[in-house]
Design a protein around this ligand. Structure first.
Ligand code: NAP
Length: 254
């Protein structure tokens, strides 16, 4: 029913680990030609070898890196049909303890990095004739809150503010811009938050499990598909129902 993604050229920022690696894997297994981006070269090359992808080193918070990332990807893959602007960081700090540097660091990757990645890839996406941008936002910020993540939540909501105007500006180039909003997804990064966090989190989700990186990859693949050509400026929440129960009782009494 869906047009195969075979031969599509796909650039995944933050594709060397976690959710981005899961997204890259879904595209690679569907026969797409994939480039994964991250700052750590060793990890990037290992991930690319495992996925059958190509690794491009870049810090998305730097404009010159993003320009080079887009040019190298276009040259190596022969174009860019899909940009998954997924690279993100989530250090935690309570507002009272937060420094200006903490705020700058998270905005540099999550907001500025998203904007610079899209800006750098616009030309290649237009040339593809069916460009797709899929951002990785979050439920945290646009919908929910979590202590320690005021700055993170602001960046994830900020990405959606960017998306809602970018989709209008890029429409004339035939490019759609959408976002996935993951709930709690099982990644190496999340594992570091500890057993107790993971168990409490799973208990608060109607589907009673954390998401997998493939759960996000499949939603991204839909937004990148031929069949999603008329969907732009929209979000898909992929969270096992986590944002819905109004109280613990609502969850327990189901
Ligand atoms: P992760 O496992 O820590 O992976 C982050 C990836 O981004 C790595 O490949 C990392 O590689 C790359 N990266 C970070 N900063 C970068 C930069 N400045 N330039 C280029 N690459 C950079 O994180 P994750 O959990 O998969 O999160 C991925 C995205 O999903 C983020 O946008 C996050 O906000 C979002 N998200 C995650 C969850 C969750 O439950 N895990 C939930 C909602 C939303 P290097 O460190 O080598 O650069």
């Amino acid at each position: 029913m869906f047009t195969p993604l075979t031969g599509r050229t796909v650039l995944v920022t933050g594709g060397t680990k976690g959710i981005g690696k899961g997204i890259a894997g879904v595209f690679a297994r569907a026969g797409a030609n994939v480039a994964v981006v991250g700052r750590d070269r060793e990890r990037g090359e290992a991930a690319a070898a495992e996925l059958g992808a190509t690794y491009v080193a870049a810090d998305v918070g730097r404009a010159e890196d993003c320009e080079r990332m887009a040019a190298e990807t276009e040259e190596r893959l022969g174009g860019i049909d899909v940009l998954c602007a997924n690279a993100g960081v989530f250090p935690d700090a309570k507002l009272e303890d937060m420094s200006e540097a903490d705020i700058d660091e998270i905005f540099a990757t999550n907001v500025k990095g998203t904007m610079l990645s899209v800006k750098a890839c616009m030309g290649a996406l237009e040339r593809s004739g069916h460009g797709r941008v899929v951002l990785t936002s979050s439920i945290t910020g646009p919908i929910t809150g979590y202590p320690g993540w005021t700055h993170y939540g602001a960046t994830k909501a900020g990405q959606l503010g960017f998306m809602r105007t970018a989709c209008i500006e890029l429409a004339k180039y035939g490019i759609t811009v959408n976002a996935v909003m993951p709930g709690n997804i099982m990644t190496e990064g999340l594992e570091g938050l500890g057993e107790e966090y993971l168990e409490t989190m799973a208990a608060s989700i109607p589907l009673k499990r954390l998401g997998s990186v493939e759960d996000i990859g499949h939603a991204v693949a839909f937004l990148a598909s031929q069949e999603a050509a008329y969907v732009t400026g929209q979000t898909i929440v992929v969270d096992g129902g986590q944002i819905l129960p109004e109280s613990l009782e609502a969850l327990a009494s189901a």
